[in-house]
Write a protein that binds this ligand. Structure first.
Ligand code: 6PG
Length: 228
């Protein structure tokens, strides 16, 4: 998929252009898999991974070995293939009690990241979008979590009831750069509604992504962009 090549190239330049430590929040689900495979195969020796710190925008409340784990997927496809120091990988511990881990991760972010207006500031937040317009693990039925005061909250998947830990809107919109990575025809209508501010866009958490920096990029394949 040329989207994977494009995004990996863009991310490599973003890291190169950044000075010192680069703090990046990764998305989960299936879309990033192609990016991780591209980074592992083509950028293994082209990126100074010692300067990169990975975090997650959300995580399923399962052990890292579970097939649902966003960390587990990233470890398999990318982390195990590049020379990134283990201390640079800051996973959400899905095996912990959800409420406790939301507090733990909130504290970790507050401590590790530089803060702007006392809110942790990522260099880059990579987001996916569900075909219901959710992003990270903030779903339409819990859209109020977007405005939570905490850095992280416990969310639940609307169909499966699975607990998730998610970043909240204040962190996502405090990032220097936010990129959406969205593929597939099943998302084309939500992409159009959100980008063109049409239809029921206010009902979709993804429509609330508006970084204060103004730096928001959409990386779309032709199917997801078909209605633009
Ligand atoms: C997750 C993600 C979530 C994902 C969307 C899209 O943990 O599932 O972080 O926000 O990005 O659900 O998922 P797909 O890439 O699988 O379509």
């Amino acid at each position: 998929m040329d989207l994977a090549r494009e995004f990996a190239k863009w991310m490599s330049k973003f890291i190169d252009d950044s000075q010192n430590e680069v703090n990046i929040a990764l998305s989960g689900g299936s879309t990033p898999k192609l990016i991780f495979e591209e980074l592992a195969s083509e950028y293994k020796d082209k990126i100074d991974w010692s300067r990169v710190h990975f975090y997650w925008g959300d995580e399923r409340c399962v052990p890292p070995t579970d097939m649902d784990s966003n960390f587990g997927m990233t470890a398999e496809l990318l982390l195990s293939k590049i020379s990134i120091p283990s201390e640079n990988v800051h996973r959400i511990k899905g095996e912990n009690t959800p409420g406790e881990e939301a507090v733990n991760y909130s504290k970790l972010l507050q401590h590790r990241l530089t803060v702007k207006d006392n809110i942790p500031c990522f260099d880059l937040v990579i987001l996916g979008m569900g075909d219901d317009g959710h992003t990270a693990s903030i779903f339409p039925h819990q859209i109020e979590l977007w405005d939570a005061d905490n850095n992280c909250e416990v969310a639940t998947h609307p169909e499966t009831g699975q607990n998730r830990i998610t970043l909240t809107g204040k962190l996502i919109n405090n990032a220097k750069m936010v990129t959406f990575l969205v593929t597939g025809a099943n998302k084309a209508d939500k992409v159009r509604e959100i980008i063109k501010r049409e239809g029921h866009f206010e009902d979709y958490p993804a429509s609330l992504v508006a970084p204060i920096s103004g730096d928001l990029n959409w990386f779309l394949d032709s199917e997801a962009a078909a209605e633009l």
